[in-house]
Design a protein around this ligand. Structure first.
Ligand SMILES: NC(=O)c1ccc[n+]([C@@H]2O[C@H](COP(=O)([O-])OP(=O)(O)OC[C@H]3O[C@@H](n4cnc5c(N)ncnc54)[C@H](OP(=O)(O)O)[C@@H]3O)[C@@H](O)[C@H]2O)c1
Length: 298
């Protein structure tokens, strides 16, 4: 599928097959932005592209961001076929909620690849064009986990912290050349994220206080009108920054205590749970309209 309105701005959204990324793609389409929808579940992306077609054209890019070697050629093809990218929103991601010794180094490496190195690779591809045209916006979706280091998130927190540092550094280096950089820190958002390894027992409790994907997506896309380096959603979560400055040890102790699972209610990991096995698309979950993620670590 190709674009027909080449005069429209071009956005690339990773994680567009569900949750925040899909909602972001919807918001962009309302603005008439052409969007490249990136994720692994091609059928989901196609469905979304069909839904958005009355608003704006989009194309599907099937890509596993854990596959380091696949990203550069995919981005090269994209730029050749569709021209320079105006907006890159990196929303793809997943978490693993396990103690450090229950995650293998390669699991942590994979988290770093999807959240951080994939962003590095994609930004490397699109930034030269943005700098040349003195125009562009790169938005990375982070997490409060980067700042507070909660229990069970050794890989996830580090990956998000790296993404935050990358965003800040890029803003320092290229922010005066017409390119905007933003790091978004959402609170708990109602998405399939909590179907991931280790989270299931928390999901219903967390979702009670969760923000909707649409609300978060509106705030993210609003950055295009009023660019800023950091966006915290909801706003009151910024209090964590102040508390960390004033009482760092108290904040650390509180987070460590409160994020530790209640072992009396925690479901044990399935006996064959292997976090770094390849993420498998389960046929049972590939039906349209399913709210479940289609591929999770088996
Ligand atoms: N939900 C929350 O409470 C929350 C809070 C703070 C931050 N965040 C962050 O927000 C972002 C979006 O999460 P979400 O809540 O929207 O979760 P989600 O509904 O599970 O969506 C995750 C998206 O990432 C994609 N993805 C995962 N692994 C991928 C890979 N290897 N290659 C390509 N795409 C991949 C998934 O697509 P495929 O499975 O089709 O590949 C899916 O589109 C993530 O970075 C997450 O860390 C979420």
């Amino acid at each position: 599928m190709g674009f027909s309105h080449t005069q429209r701005p071009l956005a690339v959204v990773t994680g567009a097959s569900g949750g925040i990324g899909a909602a972001v793609a919807g918001q962009l389409a309302r603005r008439g932005v052409r969007t490249v929808l990136v994720a692994r579940r091609t059928e989901r992306l196609r469905e979304l592209a069909r839904e958005l077609a009355p608003l704006a054209p989009s194309v599907v890019m099937s890509l596993d961001l854990a596959d380091q070697d696949a990203i550069e050629p995919a981005m090269r093809d994209l730029l050749r076929e569709h021209g320079p990218v105006d907006i890159l929103i990196h929303a793809a991601g997943y978490g693993i909620l396990r103690e450090f010794l229950e995650q293998r180094p390669e699991d942590i490496h994979r988290l770093m690849q999807v959240h951080y190195f994939a962003a590095v690779q994609m930004i490397h591809a699109v930034l030269p064009g943005m700098v040349e045209r003195r125009h562009g916006h790169i938005i990375n979706i982070g997490s409060i986990a980067a700042k507070v280091g909660p229990w069970g998130h050794c890989g996830y927190s580090a990956a998000k912290a790296a993404l935050q540092s990358l965003t800040h550094t890029l803003a320092a280096e290229y922010g005066d050349r017409g390119v905007h950089f933003s790091y978004v820190q959402p609170g708990i958002v109602n998405s399939a994220f909590f179907e991931g390894p280790g989270y299931r027992h928390l999901a219903s409790n967390l979702r009670r206080h969760a923000l909707s994907c649409d609300y978060v997506a509106r705030r993210i896309v609003g950055l295009l009108d009023r660019p800023r380096l950091e966006l915290v959603v909801p706003r009151h979560h910024r209090v964590v920054d102040w508390l960390k400055l004033l009482l760092p040890m108290v904040v650390h102790g509180t987070i460590a205590r409160r994020s530790r699972p209640d072992t009396s209610t925690q479901q044990p990991a399935p006996p064959d749970w292997r976090p770094s096995e390849s993420q498998v698309i389960s046929p049972a979950l590939t039906g349209s309209g399913s709210s479940q993620p289609k591929d999770r670590i088996a």
